[in-house]
Design a protein around this ligand. Structure first.
Ligand code: HEM
Length: 425
């Protein structure tokens, strides 16, 4: 007969449980399980998941979702958007760093999360499922914690690997999922932190329901198990992190969909997400004869510019990266084109350029229309680029003209631009 349902060989109903049932304490025999291992894995997750949560929220802010509905993938966020702030343009690598950390760290933590779940799995099989109202609430919080963790990691990885497997809805799922999971995570940490700290300080483990009632012979030490998990994380790290760099380092990113392979050579030989063909861009509409940029502004002012007209305007250069929400980025590329603020000046905003609404020729794919905030337009490195690395843009990089803005998420650097409408949004 057992008192707590963990340390004997009978269930809390008083009936003996067969050893083959996961509800029987003697089913879980690994001598590695115990609060020491769980506490170490928990501490790594505490740091790592907090960084994931913060960088995830920051990534959402980088879209300037409060600026325009077209930038906002979670319009019903309500008070969850309390922290949003106008996204800055400095440092120009800000989004690259933020998203590189978010995705690389998320992938690196997978073995730690799996090991943590393995270390506590006997606690998920307790009978009766709830002994009291308080116990029922705790069990529900664990469901949200474990389910939320798996949901966030699985949706994140699928999205990165399968390239927007949930078009549009990925952001919504991942954003709301993150809040549910993090609420359960905070509650769990508040409950377990004192025990975690005691376990890490003491050499002797506390008495815990995780210690097996009937331990099997060890095949590896607990430290060995930690090294194994750390080795798995290191392997994922070194086969992912290279997607944030160019050349030989990118080729080491074997597990990243935008790593491994060379993205081509020449001035346009750097990573892209959507090709012109995928976006449904027809050559007939980007030719010199057909393509015109429409710029609209104050009091209905409107100009139509061919690429040749744009080339007659003062051209400026800026060295800026492309950084994708999926975690890959390029090093700084050398862009040349017309400053967005100079285009604003053509339509009545000579001083203090306002926000701009950008429309693309693109027919498929997210962010066909997007908005940039006044601080982004005002930055003298924000361009309607016509050239990259000394050559005309290639079709896949947005020929005839594309937006490039410091520190903005990749999809807000709209390609194949057709219309710019300046004004307060
Ligand atoms: C993705 C994050 C996490 C998940 C999915 C998770 C899951 C779980 C589950 C299901 C349990 C068993 C619950 C119970 O005994 O009632 C547990 C126990 C525990 N967790 Fe976590 N946990 C996570 C993060 C953390 C963190 C960040 C810490 C450290 C502060 C931590 C420390 C502990 C400790 C000390 C125990 C108790 C072990 C025992 O009772 O012997 N966990 N965890």
């Amino acid at each position: 007969m057992v008192r707590d349902g963990y340390s004997g060989s009978a269930s809390a109903y008083g009936r003996p449980m067969p050893r083959s049932s996961p509800f029987s304490p003697s089913f879980w025999r690994s001598p590695l399980r115990g609060p020491w291992l769980t506490s170490w894995l928990g501490v790594v997750l505490l740091g790592g998941i907090t960084v994931l949560f913060v960088t995830g929220l920051v990534s959402y802010a980088a879209y300037n979702p409060n600026l325009s509905p077209v930038n906002d993938q979670t319009p019903d966020k309500g008070i969850l958007g309390f922290y949003l702030f106008p996204w800055p343009t400095d440092p120009h690598w800000l989004y690259r760093l933020n998203q590189g950390v978010h995705v690389t760290l998320g992938i690196t933590l997978i073995p730690v999360l799996l090991a943590k779940l393995w270390s506590v799995v006997p606690r998920l099989f307790t009978l009766p499922p709830a002994r009291s109202l308080a116990h029922a609430l705790e069990r529900i919080s664990l469901l949200l914690l474990v389910g939320g963790a798996l949901f966030e990691f699985v949706t994140g990885v699928l999205n990165v690997q399968l390239d927007y497997i949930f078009p549009g809805s990925f952001y919504t799922l991942h954003f709301y999922g993150a809040w549910v999971f993090f609420a359960a995570f905070v509650a769990h940490v508040a409950l377990k932190l004192p025990m975690t700290l005691r376990n890490l300080r003491q050499l002797r483990e506390e008495r815990s329901g995780l210690v097996p009632a009937d331990p099997a012979e060890p095949t590896v030490s607990r430290r060995g198990a930690l090294w194994f998990v750390g080795g798995g994380s290191l392997l994922l790290f070194v086969t992912t992190v290279g997607q944030n760099f160019d050349g030989a380092l990118r080729r080491t990113a074997l597990l990243a969909p935008h790593g491994g392979a060379e993205p081509g050579s020449g001035p346009g030989g750097f990573q892209i997400n959507k090709t012109a063909a995928y976006a449904g861009i027809r050559e007939s509409e980007t030719s010199a004869e057909a393509w015109r940029l429409v710029v609209e502004g104050r009091d209905g002012r409107r100009v139509r510019l061919s690429r040749a007209d744009l080339l007659d305007l003062p051209l400026r250069s800026a060295a800026l990266p492309i950084a994708c929400v999926e975690g890959w980025s390029t090093s700084d590329q050398w862009w040349r084109g017309v400053r967005l603020r100079d285009l604003a000046a053509l339509v009545g905003y000579a001083e203090d350029p306002p926000d701009v609404f950008v429309e693309s020729l693109q027919r498929r794919g997210a962010f066909r229309r997007s908005a940039l905030r006044a601080n982004q337009v005002a930055d003298s490195r924000s361009l309607l680029a016509l050239f990259v690395n000394g050559e005309d843009l290639t079709p896949d990089h947005g020929y005839p003209a594309r937006v490039i803005v410091p520190a903005a998420p990749g999809v807000l650097n709209t390609k194949w631009v057709a219309r710019l409408t300046f004004g307060d949004l």
